[in-house]
Design a protein around this ligand. Structure first.
Ligand SMILES: [Cu+2]
Length: 170
């Protein structure tokens, strides 16, 4: 009996972890391309701390440059990047909440719209829903729905666990 409870707990922990971290292929099936509409792609995603971005493109045609802030992003100023990558399969781990700015380093591409702004929610601390007052962040409302959906999943897993235990007892 004791063992079974532990197994169930491990199972629940695995499900929860799976729900917490995700990999986002930037631009979806179109990938990192001039023709992709990155703002609509990004608006359909939820980015959490621990998630990964994957930039997929033909190496040599494009590259990935991480920009320092909003103004560089708006003006496509690629002069002082935080990071740059060019393998064609570049993985970026979103290790902290906040906004990350990426653009293509190929001349002219950023100006053509080949850039994306990623807002990362602080989704790893579900026990502090109110205290994290990220002021004036538009992500605040979606962050709370995120917490709700993860809580629902944990609850579901707990219900499954409870039913397994009950069956075993009987
Ligand atoms: Cu490009």
């Amino acid at each position: 009996m004791e063992h079974r409870v532990w197994l169930v707990l491990v199972f629940v922990a695995l499900i929860t972890k799976e729900a917490m971290a995700a990999q986002h292929v930037v631009g979806g099936s179109q990938g990192w391309e001039e023709s992709t509409d990155f703002s609509s792609w990004a608006s359909g995603q939820k980015f959490k701390v621990g998630d990964q971005l994957v930039f997929k493109y033909a190496s040599g045609l494009h590259s990935v440059v991480e920009l320092g802030g909003e103004s560089a992003y708006k003006s496509c100023d690629l002069g002082t990047p935080l990071n740059s990558m060019n393998t064609g399969n570049d993985v970026v781990k979103l290790s902290k909440p906040g906004t990350h700015y990426f653009a293509c380093g190929t001349l002219g591409h950023c100006g053509q719209g080949m850039k994306v702004k990623i807002t990362v929610e602080s989704g790893t601390a579900p026990s502090t829903p109110e205290s994290s007052s990220s002021s004036s962040s538009p992500a605040a409302s979606s962050a709370s729905t995120m917490h709700k959906s993860s809580a629902a999943l944990v609850l579901l897993a707990a219900l499954v666990a409870a039913s397994l235990i009950n069956i075993n007892v009987m």
